[in-house]
Design a protein around this ligand. Structure first.
Ligand SMILES: [Zn+2]
Length: 373
């Protein structure tokens, strides 16, 4: 068993001094054939736990018999990581223009539709995959070479996507504000949800909103459907992509990072990335929801709150979610009031600050959830 580890840096941005901002790319290759895996972390700069997960993954993978290749890109947004306001990292949006750092990836449905017309009934799955990847890669290159230029976030996203486009399995590591571990799973890959040790799963449709997981699976899902609709042929390209939310932002936890790495290895082992390995998903309670039942609870008031319902707790309708302090009534019985759950739910994440303005996303919660086995 020999594992080939290489490290290179690519330039993803330049600061105002004209200095390059680099991102490291670690490639671990085994001697046996197998799938290509792409894993990145911290596209949102405050969401740092994924970097520890990648650290543990590299340490573990170096000792394992890898089939194929695992590509790891930690701290993939060196701009976002370094934007601080006081004690906090403003890592989710480019503060210059408000752009979400995770919304500039490439997906053009017409390109998929045109490509689908070139697929013949005799063409092998491998042949289709090779040609389609080339087509996507060329489209990304053309976009990057636009004579009109591109925004900072989009340049960053497309440079990363150009590496991810060759992967069979793509994992984008994020964090919520104050959050339990959860994962976004494309509906067609629902069976893969239980291959990770992640208790909360959100099943998402074939809709592109700009994120890396969608930019990866939407083209393949759309191509699969187009081929079936036009020829009746059922194909399975075995391309999957997930956004993993590894707990709360602004937090690094090495021990939990090792468990997160174990969870990812269980998935990779199930997908054939490891030779003769016993790592398997753990027997834990898992619940899932369809995206339409993943609800946001906004406030129609401003004030100060204690978050009573913790991420991951099972809450019944009418039970308290939060206690709210009313500054103008501290001297009477209206000094505080309780916000109750509008239905049975599981809080997945909540706003990180105790002081909130009206219209704040206070909680994001699972409703109408199902137990997964
Ligand atoms: Zn994120």
């Amino acid at each position: 068993m020999t594992i080939d580890v290489t490290k290179q840096h690519i330039v993803v941005a330049q600061n105002a001094s004209g200095r390059n901002m680099n991102v490291p790319i670690y490639r671990l290759r085994g001697s046996r054939p197998g799938p290509t895996v792409y894993i990145q972390s911290s596209i949102h700069g405050a969401e740092v736990q994924g970097n520890v997960v990648i650290y543990h993954l590299i340490q573990r993978l170096k000792q394992l018999d890898i089939c194929g290749e695992v590509i790891l890109v930690p701290n993939c947004n060196p701009v976002g990581t370094n934007i601080k306001a006081g004690e906090y990292t403003l890592g989710r949006f480019d503060p210059v223009n408000g752009t979400n750092w995770n919304r500039g990836y490439h997906y053009v449905p017409d390109l998929v539709a045109d490509f689908a017309k070139t697929v013949t009934p005799e063409e092998s799955i491998e042949g289709i995959k090779r040609r389609f990847r080339q087509c996507l890669s060329t489209a990304i290159d053309e976009k990057l070479a636009s004579p009109w230029g591109l925004g900072l976030a989009q340049q960053l996203n497309l440079k990363l996507q150009q590496i991810a486009v060759n992967a069979d399995y793509v994992l984008d590591l994020h964090n919520g504000p104050v959050s339990t571990r959860h994962i976004y799973v494309p509906e067609y890959a629902k069976a893969s949800a239980t291959l990770f040790n992640i208790p909360h799963c959100i099943f998402i449709p074939n809709v592109f909103a700009g994120a890396l997981d969608e930019a990866t699976f939407c083209p393949w899902w759309t191509l699969t459907e187009a081929i079936e609709n036009s020829t009746g042929r059922k194909v399975n390209f075995e391309v999957e992509a997930f956004t993993l939310e590894m707990g709360s932002q602004e937090v690094i936890n090495f021990k939990e990072g090792d468990e997160d790495a174990e969870s990812i290895l269980a998935y990779l082992n199930a997908k054939g990335s490891l030779h003769q390995n016993a790592i398997a998903p753990k027997a834990i309670d898992r619940v899932g929801v369809y995206l339409k039942n993943y609800k946001t609870l906004f406030t129609d008031w401003g004030g100060m709150v204690e978050y009573i319902a913790k991420p991951g707790q099972y809450i019944k309708q009418g039970e308290p979610l939060a206690q709210i302090l009313n500054i103008d009534d501290l001297d009477n019985e209206n000094g505080s009031r309780v916000l109750s759950a509008p239905c049975d739910l599981i809080p997945i994440l909540h706003f990180p600050s105790a002081s909130v303005l009206s219209g704040t996303q206070l909680y994001k919660v699972f409703t109408e959830y199902e137990t997964l086995t």
